[in-house]
Each structure stands twice: as structure tokens, then as C-alpha cells.
Design a protein around this ligand. Structure first.
Ligand SMILES: Nc1ncnc2c1ncn2[C@@H]1O[C@H](COP(=O)(O)OP(=O)(O)OP(=O)(O)O)[C@@H](O)[C@H]1O
Ligand SMILES: [Mg+2]
Length: 418
């Protein structure tokens, strides 16, 4: 019997098993160990479900069907009750997560050559901010999904504790480290004492001095950039002819947030937007919004914005190509505009890091190292916001996307006594 470590991420997922006491991640994406958390239900081939890059490629290639991303964000939220239409059938979103988890489990079993029923499952420190009941419900929902997918023994571990476990394998001296895992949906912190002499100890509760988390991550940065830089071209902020009323902003927010994009695709919405085009001061712009809804281009737009955001980590400006919407249409996103759009979020990140240190009863100078992991820790403003919480600390970490999955798998190995 072997156990696995499962990192079900908002944007990317990975699963690993322990073999010969070594944690190894399973190939889940054409030999790669990181699978974009994307599912595509293909309406052209009955019953076909695609995952990861294949799911995204089918959608971008305009195969008829439905793409689902950022599914983890619905846990603990009111969206958990929602259903999506797949091949004419209404399917609960929890079932879509189950299909994805089952797929990962299957990949790990293929790799291990045996059935796996025991999992060390990652979870963010906070699924839901400021509501402990909803937060506990989110873990219960995820546990029920894992059990339905065939796991019988399910243990949850905070994602930043798993990342700490992985980081500890590399340290040569005892140190106090603030782990900051800035992902697609959540930002998670743990303050933990690590060192060679602590490695392999079963009970680490005394070494974990504090944890903190906030439901904020790269998908929120996508939304902020989309609303600031792109949606104005689709009429956000423009007015209606009559009484200078503003264009309603709700459709823009729905389309700019990954988990709600599919909800915008209703005939009711199409009718309402067609009417708004006729009432708009700038009908050409609002017409583009109608095109996005009619032609189901919301994810195309979100991918273009995400690519531009990623480019802004290394350059002052980047172009968002929108020719799928209108030939030749582009918009330039600047670093400065992006920083402005995520400024409130940066305040929250800084506070979460500071609160984590304060919760341990320590001051900022007590921290030796900040270990950054997760894709969104590559955003320069994120690094600055976190570094400000412990200015004298060394900043480490390659912002890799696999520390959590590797840590969970290593922990699965020790749980199992391997
Ligand atoms: N170079 C980059 N600059 C900015 N953002 C980036 C970069 N590379 C990846 N990202 C962002 O990182 C996020 C994905 O990171 P990661 O894989 O750590 O998230 P996750 O584990 O799926 O999410 P979570 O742990 O919050 O559930 C995405 O929002 C992606 O756009
Ligand atoms: Mg993650």
C-alpha cells in the first residue's frame, strides 16, 4: 500500500508517490509533472473529457464544448451549489472537480502500478476569509470529493507547511523561515523552524509557529488587469445615451473572473447586452462585449490577459492581442497600470505576512529567510509587499510550482512509514 500527495491548485495541479523512500511526482501532462487545472467537455465527441493543455487547446481551437478553470475557487463559496450545462445535461460543479481529481488519481496509479487509496491532500490556510464555518465547509466539500473519487484515507495538510517540508530538505543550518506560497487563488504563509536536525521528525507541531492566509492570488490579478486595461475597450466605464447613466458593470466583472466566465453565457444576458448596445453612447465598444458573450470568448480574453500579466513580471509593457475579437485590435498593458490595479491586494498580502509573524509573537527582525513559492510570487509587487514584512530576511526560492506537491508527497511517505 502506498500513499500519494495531491496538490489540487487553482491554476495547476500535481500528484506524487513515494518510491524507494524518494518522493516522485507522476507524469500527468505528456511527461510533465504539472497539469493546468483545466477540464474541457467536448460537445463534438460524445462523452469526451480533456484535461490540462489538451483542454485549453480544444477550447482555443474552437471545438464546441465547455472549458472549466479555477474550479478550486468555488469551494466554500455560494458557487458550490451551481451547475454547468454539459452536453445538454446540468452537472454540479463539485462533480467537475471530482472528475479532475479522479483523473489525477488515475495518473498516479498508472505511474505507481497499483491502486492508491490514501492521500495527503493540500489545502490553503484559508479557503474563505473571515468565516470559519464556510472555511470548514470548504474542506468538508473537498474531502467528500476525494472520497467519491476513491480515496479512503484522506489527510489534509496546509499547503505552506508542505512547501516548508520541501524547503527543509535543502537547508544546512537551523533557521526561522517565513514560507510564502502565492498561487492562483490563495496566498498562504507559515512561519516555521526548519533545520537538518528537524528533518524526518513525525510531529512538527512545535516547529510551526504560525500560519496565515488570504483568498487572493494570480486569478484575482488577472481580473484586476482585465477590468483596468481591457474591459474599457468593451465599454466598461462608458455611458448610456439616456440620462448619462453608466453601463452596468456586473457583466464585466462576471466575464473578468475565471470561475464565473461560463455563467455569462445565457440567452438572457445576450438579449440584455443587445439592448444595451442600442442604448450605448459608444455602441462599437459595447458591441465587442456582446460578441464575447455570443461567441463564448470569455476564456480567450482571460488567457490573453493572463499572458500579458506574466509578461509584465519581466517588462515595462506588454500587448494584449484581441484580434480574435476584432481584426487588428490590441491594447497595451503597462507595469504601472498593473501595479495600480493590484495595489489593494498588495496591502492585503503585506498584512497577511505581517500578521503571520505577529501571531508567533515575533518581530520582523526575527525572520532569517523568506521562502517564496507559487507562480504569483514572480510578480515584482508581490515580492516587495512580502519582503517589507521582514526587511532584514534573506529572500530565497525559485518561485517554483512544485514545492507544495513535493512536500505533500514527502509527508505522505512519512505518514505511511515509508
Ligand atoms: N512569471 C509570472 N508572473 C506573474 N504571474 C505568474 C507567472 N507565472 C505564473 N504566474 C501565475 O501564477 C499562478 C499559478 O501559480 P500556482 O501554480 O502556484 O497556483 P496554484 O497552485 O494552482 O494555485 P493555489 O495554490 O492558489 O490554489 C497563475 O495565476 C499564473 O498566472
Ligand atoms: Mg498552489
Amino acid at each position: 500500500m502506498i500513499a500519494c500527495g495531491l496538490d489540487f491548485g487553482t491554476s495547476n495541479s500535481a500528484i506524487g508517490v513515494v518510491r524507494d523512500t524518494t518522493a516522485t511526482l507522476a507524469p500527468v501532462e505528456a511527461g510533465d509533472t504539472l497539469l493546468p487545472s483545466a477540464v474541457f467537455f467536448d460537445d463534438e465527441v460524445k462523452g469526451q473529457v480533456l484535461f490540462g493543455n489538451a483542454a485549453v487547446a480544444a477550447y482555443v481551437g474552437q471545438t464546441e464544448g465547455r472549458l472549466m478553470r479555477a474550479l478550486k475557487s468555488i469551494l466554500g463559496s455560494s458557487l458550490i451549489e451551481e451547475e454547468t450545462k454539459i452536453g445538454g445535461r446540468k452537472v454540479p460543479l463539485t462533480h467537475v472537480i471530482e472528475i479532475f481529481v479522479r483523473h489525477l488519481k488515475h495518473k498516479a496509479e498508472e505511474f505507481a502500478g497499483q491502486e492508491i487509496t490514501s492521500v495527503v491532500h493540500g489545502r490553503p490556510v484559508r479557503f474563505v476569509d473571515d468565516d470559519d464555518t464556510a472555511d470548514a465547509r470548504a474542506q468538508d466539500q473537498l474531502e467528500a470529493i476525494a472520497r467519491r473519487a476513491g480515496f479512503r484515507d484522506v489527510r489534509f495538510v496546509y499547503e505552506p507547511i508542505a512547501a516548508a517540508h520541501h524547503y527543509e530538505q535543502t537547508v544546512e543550518h537551523e533557521e526561522l523561515v517565513l514560507i510564502a506560497d502565492i498561487g492562483g487563488g490563495t496566498s498562504d504563509f507559515s512561519l516555521i523552524r526548519v533545520g537538518p536536525q528537524h528533518r524526518g521528525r513525525a510531529d512538527r507541531s512545535k516547529d510551526v509557529l504560525a500560519t496565515a492566509g488570504v483568498h487572493l492570488g494570480g486569478t484575482d490579478f488577472d481580473t484586476a488587469l482585465n477590468l483596468a486595461a481591457v474591459m474599457p475597450l468593451l465599454g466598461l466605464g462608458t455611458e448610456l445615451v439616456e440620462k448619462n447613466l453608466p453601463m452596468p458593470s456586473a457583466p464585466y466583472h462576471e466575464l473578468a473572473a475565471w470561475p464565473t466566465i461560463n455563467f455569462a453565457y445565457t440567452y438572457k444576458n445576450e438579449r440584455m447586452l443587445a439592448e444595451l448596445v442600442s442604448l450605448a453612447c459608444e455602441p462599437e465598444k459595447v458591441g465587442r462585449l456582446l460578441t464575447v458573450v455570443q461567441q463564448r470568448l470569455g476564456h480567450r480574453l482571460a488567457f490573453a490577459v493572463e499572458d500579458a500579466k506574466i509578461a509584465l513580471s519581466d517588462s515595462e509593457r506588454s500587448t494584449v492581442p484581441l484580434s480574435f475579437l476584432q481584426p487588428g485590435l490590441t491594447v497595451t498593458a503597462t507595469h504601472a497600470a498593473f501595479d495600480r490595479a493590484i495595489r489593494t491586494g498588495m496591502g492585503k498580502l503585506h498584512s497577511a505576512a505581517k500578521d503571520c509573524i505577529a501571531a508567533a509573537g515575533l518581530g520582523p527582525t526575527a525572520i532569517d529567510t523568506i521562502f517564496l513559492t507559487g507562480g504569483s510570487s514572480r510578480v515584482p509587487a508581490v515580492r516587495t509587499a512580502i519582503a517589507r514584512a521582514a526587511p532584514s530576511a534573506r529572500v530565497a526560492g525559485g518561485s517554483d510550482l512544485l514545492s507544495v506537491a513535493l512536500g505533500l508527497t514527502q509527508m505522505a511517505g512519512s505518514v505511511d512509514g515509508a
